[in-house]
Write a protein of this length. Structure first.
Length: 459
């Protein structure tokens, strides 16, 4: 029991109401009272109540009518119905309408307290589930996907349309690292399925036989290690969504079984004989060219067209570089909290370097770069010299080589690092240490030169 949990007693007989109140207050509950149905509903609207003890016979409306209204307006509040006029019909009706339990008056004290304890535990669990679901909506909603560019605004518009639609299949396509899993979650948590489960599985992570069992479940004895019946993700996600990541790697045999489910909304567990029906939205994702896979016979054409009813295309980061500054700010904030750091920003030069970089690994690569820097550095402002060398070099590649000429490699070979070090030293020596002029000699930016000076202990 949690001290102070609120119980509303709805009873028209004052003596019974007072007796119940005294018993419950002694147990540490916070108790309020109502002597009729309409008064009880008003009290519910004015204050959150954990549990209602509801008499069946009331002077204005009966307990069944009150219960019916409570289930609509306050679904998180459990109701225990009490009456001296017990009948099987009343009990069945009360339970069907969502009453937690049905007790006959005069109510035994121990039975009442035990029933209240169990009912309040259910209430707590319901509220915790609701809190977690609200938290998930906040974490995975469309507002948590970063991007103000035109391509991403188009993606957001498509997510909103898909989430509100009755589409049973969605195909999310894009390069690795573009955030297809975030889009899948945004579609689920932005839909009327948000209060139901979101299940996900990576199709390339498991052998086909195990993937089939995970997805469809299996019956006891279906194969050697099947010692118990197991429900699959489709069954567990009934009413919600299943995210099939990397669906392009699913085997042809399993593709056929998935196609049957998508067309008929039924499936059999592995080793089962009975069809099971569930209501699930399938969100599939792939970084493969499925049209090419269809032509090559690696993916079923009928399944491709069934999945591709509502396509969502995620652009690579290289085509929306205007989103890089916002992504950097987002990751700085996230890793400041995670790593207990206080990095405020990047210098304009460092940020420009990140914007010029092509990001073949997309948003995931950018995230990893920011995490790496913040693990290694403690400065409030990060500069070009703090960036990985390969990013600085690729970003500065556009400066050209200016006809640098041919460098002969000796017969015995040469250490590239030492050659680079000597070139930097020569450039600095020729320019009397002027870093801007030395950088121009090497056809790199001044920040890139400082990076190399730090690398070779020349600062």
């Amino acid at each position: 029991m949690i001290a102070g949990e609120k119980i509303l007693i709805v009873e028209d007989e004052k003596l019974i109401r007072m007796t119940l109140r005294e018993q419950l207050v002694r147990e540490g509950y916070a108790v309020t009272e109502a002597d009729c149905g309409l008064s009880a509903l008003e009290k519910l609207d004015g204050d959150e109540t954990d549990l209602m003890l509801l008499d069946y016979r009331l002077p204005d409306i009966n307990g069944i009518d009150v219960l019916r209204r409570v289930r609509v307006s306050h679904p998180q509040t459990n109701v225990i119905l009490m009456t001296a006029y017990s009948s099987i019909d009343n009990a069945v009706q009360a339970i069907k309408l969502g009453a937690y339990d049905y007790l006959r008056k005069p109510v035994n004290r121990d039975d009442l307290l035990a029933t209240i304890s169990k009912a309040l535990e259910t209430t707590r669990l319901r509220r915790e589930v609701r809190r977690l679901r609200d938290e998930q909506k906040s974490l995975y909603g469309i507002g948590n996907i970063v991007g103000r560019s035109r391509p991403m605004q188009d993606v957001f518009a498509m997510i909103a349309k898909v989430a509100d639609s009755a589409a049973s299949t969605v195909l999310v396509q894009g390069e690795s690292g573009t955030g297809k899993d975030l889009v899948a979650k945004a579609i689920h948590y932005g839909s009327n399925r948000a209060d139901k489960p979101f299940m996900n599985i990576t199709c390339s992570a498991l052998p086909e036989t195990l993937l089939e069992s995970e997805l469809f479940g299996h019956e006891r004895g279906a194969f050697t290690d099947a010692k118990h019946q197991k429900k699959g993700l489709l069954e567990l996600a009934d009413g919600g969504s299943v995210f099939l990541d990397e669906i392009g790697d699913m085997g042809l045999k399993l593709q056929a079984k998935l196609l049957r489910f998508l067309e008929e909304k039924v499936f059999k567990r592995v080793g089962g004989v009975s069809d099971l029906a569930v209501d699930v939205r399938i969100i599939a994702a792939t970084n493969r060219d499925l049209e090419r896979a269809v032509r090559e016979g690696a993916f079923r054409e009928d399944l491709y067209y069934r999945l591709n009813v509502v396509p969502v295309f995620l652009p690579p980061l290289s085509s929306r570089k205007e989103d890089v500054p916002d992504l950097v700010d987002y990751f700085l904030d996230a890793f400041n909290k995670e790593l207990n750091k206080n990095t405020q920003s990047l210098t304009p030069e460092a940020l420009a370097c990140l914007v010029r970089y092509d990001w073949p690994g997309n948003v995931r690569e950018l995230r990893n770069v920011i995490e790496r820097i913040m693990i290694l550095e403690t400065k409030p402002e990060l500069d070009v010299i703090d960036l990985p060398e390969e990013i600085v070099q690729q970003a500065d590649n556009g400066a050209g080589n200016g006809g640098a000429g041919w460098i002969e490699i000796p017969e015995g070979g040469v250490a590239l690092r030492e050659v680079e070090r000597q070139l930097v030293r020569q450039a600095l020596s020729r320019t009397d240490g002027n870093q801007s002029r030395a950088a121009r000699l090497l056809h790199i930016s001044r920040d890139a030169l400082r990076y190399k000076m730090k690398k070779f202990d020349l600062l």
